[in-house]
Design a protein around this ligand. Structure first.
Ligand code: NAD
Length: 481
C-alpha cells in the first residue's frame, strides 16, 4: 500500500538547529524513522538525551516521545547517515558573512560535499536552508562531480524544498504548513517528496512543484515581502510620531482591505532574528552579483527604516526620562540625561546619550515572543545601546536571558518581571510575550522608582497605564510629556 511505502522511507536531517531539530522531530511524528546529524557534538549529545538545546513550544515533547520510541536518533557520523537514509534534508545555517551582505555558503557546501562523499545507496538530497538563487544548480553540479570520482554505489539526486516555519509556531508550521514548495528535476524526486509529505498533502496543503530557481526565490521573496510590510507601517510611524495620529488605528483601517491585510502591520521596534535581516541583505547581494544593481535597492531602505526604530527607542527613552525629571518635585529623581557633546542644546534623534545613574528595565530580549532566539534581536540591540550610553540595564525575558547573556554578559539579567522593574526609572517593553501584554500597571507602579513605560510593540492599553500614574510612550505615537 502507499501508506506502508511512505513509512519505509528513512530520513536524515543534516544540521539540527532551529530548523533541523524541528524538522527531524516532526518527521518522526509523521511516522518516519529519522536520523539527525550535526557537527556540534554537544548539540547531538543533548538531543540524544531528549534535551532540546533551545526553546520552541511543543517541540520538547515530540523530541522526548520519539527519542524514547527509538524512531528518532542523532549522530555526528556522515558515514552512518550515508549508509542508512533514503532522503537527506539539509538544514544547516546560511548566516550573513562577516562584514558583507552576502550569505555565507560554507556550511551548505560542506554538508553537501560530505553527503556526496559518503552516500552508498540511491538517495535524494533535499535542501531546506535559505540560499541565494542559483545555489541548487551549482550544488547539483558539485554532487555530480564528487559522485563521478567517488566510485560509491547508488545514484544521488538533488531537490530544493524551502522552509517557511516560524519560530514560536515551528511544530505547527511543519506538521500543517501553509504550502509546500519543491524544486525538482525529475518525476522521481517529486514522487519521493510527495511520500514524505503525504500527511500534510492529505490535508489539502497546496503543493507547488517547480524548478530550482523558483523554489529558491519563493523563500526570499516571501521574506522580502514580510520585511517590507513591517517597514512600511514603521515608516508611517515616523510620520505619526512627528505630526500626531494613531498608528494602530491606521494599520487597522488599511488592514481591512483584503488586498492589504492586517497581519504583519504592527508598528514597533521592527524585525530581527536569524532570517529576515540576513535574507534581505543576501538577496540584495545576490541580485547585484547578477548585474541587477537597482532591482532590490529598495530593500536598503526597508533595512534602514527597520534599524531607525532602534534609534527611536533610545531617543524616546531619553525624552521620557527627561520628562520624568522635569515633572518631579524633589531632588532625588533620576540622574541627569545629557548628550555626549554636553553643549548641544537639542540632541539629534539618533545621538548617543549618557544615561548615567538611571536604571532601565528591558522587558524582552528574544527577537520575538515564544522563542529564546536573540540573533539580530532589536530588543537586545536597544538594551546594549542603553547600557553603552551609561544606563544601568536590568533585563528580563521569559526564555531569552541565557542566549542574551552569551552575547552581552555585562547587562543585569534578572529572573522576573518584578525584579526587573524594581527601582527602575523606566521600563521598556520590546518583545511582546503574553506575560508582558498581561502586566498590571497598578501592581508594578509601586515597585518602580518612577512609573514610566515605553511600549515598543504597541500591545499595551495606554489609558490603563496613565490611570495607574505612569508616564506612557509608544512607538508610532507622538510623545507629549
Ligand atoms: P541554526 O544555526 O540554529 O542551525 C544550523 C545547524 O547546522 C547548527 O546546529 C550547526 O552546528 C549545523 N551545521 C553547520 N555546519 C554543518 C555541517 N557541515 N554538517 C552538519 N551540520 C552543520 O540555524 P537555523 O535557524 O536552524 O537555520 C538553518 C537554515 O534554515 C538557514 O538557512 C535559515 O535561513 C533557514 N531557515 C530558518 C528558519 C528559522 O526560523 N530558524 C526558518 C526558515 C528557514
Amino acid at each position: 500500500t502507499p501508506h506502508a511505502q511512505h513509512r519505509s522511507l528513512r530520513l536524515s536531517v543534516i544540521g539540527t538547529g532551529y530548523l533541523g531539530a524541528t524538522h527531524a522531530a516532526c518527521m518522526a511524528e509523521l511516522g518516519f524513522e529519522v536520523l539527525g546529524l550535526d557537527v556540534d557534538p554537544a548539540k547531538i549529545d543533548a538531543l540524544s538525551r531528549g534535551e532540546l538545546p533551545f526553546h520552541e513550544p511543543g517541540l520538547s515533547e515530540l523530541l522526548v516521545k520519539h527519542v524514547d520510541s527509538g524512531r528518532l536518533r542523532f549522530t555526528t557520523s556522515y558515514q552512518e547517515v550515508g549508509d542508512w537514509a533514503d532522503v537527506h534534508f539539509i538544514g544547516v545555517g546560511t548566516p550573513q558573512k562577516a562584514g558583507e551582505s552576502a550569505a555565507d555558503m560554507r556550511y551548505v557546501d560542506a554538508a553537501v560535499t560530505s553527503l556526496a562523499e559518503h552516500i552508498t545507496r540511491d538517495a535524494l538530497i533535499v535542501g531546506k536552508s535559505t540560499v541565494p538563487v542559483g545555489t541548487a544548480t551549482r550544488l547539483a553540479g558539485l554532487i555530480q562531480d564528487i559522485r563521478a570520482g567517488s566510485g560509491r554505489p547508488g545514484s544521488v539526486e538533488l531537490a530544493w524544498n524551502p522552509e517557511f516555519l516560524r519560530e514560536g509556531f515551528a511544530v505547527k508550521d511543519t506538521l500543517h504548513p501553509d504550502r509546500l514548495v519543491v524544486g525538482v528535476r525529475s518525476d522521481h524526486a517529486e514522487q519521493v517528496l510527495r511520500q514524505v509529505y503525504a500527511a500534510p498533502l492529505a490535508e489539502a496543503t497546496p503543493w507547488i512543484s517547480t524548478d530550482f530557481e523558483t523554489a529558491e526565490l519563493v523563500k526570499v521573496a516571501a521574506n522580502a515581502f514580510l520585511a517590507t510590510k513591517i517597514s512600511f507601517i514603521n515608516a508611517f510611524s515616523e510620520i505619526t510620531e512627528t505630526v500626531g495620529g494613531d498608528i494602530t488605528t491606521l494599520a487597522d483601517a488599511i488592514g481591512h482591505d483584503p488586498r492589504i491585510g492586517r497581519r504583519f502591520l504592527n508598528a514597533g521596534v521592527g524585525f530581527g532574528g536569524g532570517c529576515l535581516p540576513k535574507d534581505i541583505r543576501a538577496l540584495q547581494a545576490r541580485v547585484s552579483e547578477l548585474g541587477l544593481d537597482r532591482t532590490m535597492a529598495f530593500l536598503n531602505d526597508i533595512d534602514d527604516i527597520n534599524l531607525r526604530r532602534r534609534d527611536r527607542v533610545v531617543d524616546l527613552a531619553v525624552q521620557v526620562l527627561a520628562a520624568v525629571r522635569t515633572g518631579r518635585t524633589d531632588s532625588t529623581g533620576p540622574a541627569e540625561v545629557r548628550s555626549h557633546g554636553g553643549t548641544a542644546p537639542t540632541p539629534t534623534p539618533t545621538a548617543v546619550h549618557t544615561l548615567v545613574g538611571t536604571r532601565i528595565a528591558i522587558l524582552g530580549v528574544a527577537f520575538k515572543p515564544d522563542s529564546d532566539d536573540v540573533r539580530d534581536s532589536p530588543a537586545l540591540d536597544v538594551a546594549n545601546r542603553l547600557f553603552t550610553a551609561g544606563a544601568d540595564v536590568a533585563v528580563y525575558d521569559p526564555q531569552g536571558n541565557r542566549n542574551a547573556a552569551g552575547r552581552f554578559p555585562r547587562l543585569d539579567y534578572v529572573d522576573s518581571l518584578q525584579e526587573a522593574v524594581t527601582g527602575a526609572d523606566l521600563a521598556i517593553l520590546l518583545t511582546e510575550w503574553d506575560e508582558f501584554k498581561q502586566m498590571d500597571p497598578a501592581q508594578l507602579a509601586p515597585l518602580m522608582k518612577h512609573p514610566a513605560i515605553i511600549d515598543g510593540r504597541n500591545v499595551l492599553t495606554a489609558q490603563d497605564w496613565i490611570d495607574a500614574g505612569f508616564t506612557h510612550a509608544a512607538l508610532g505615537h507622538r510623545f507629549d510629556p
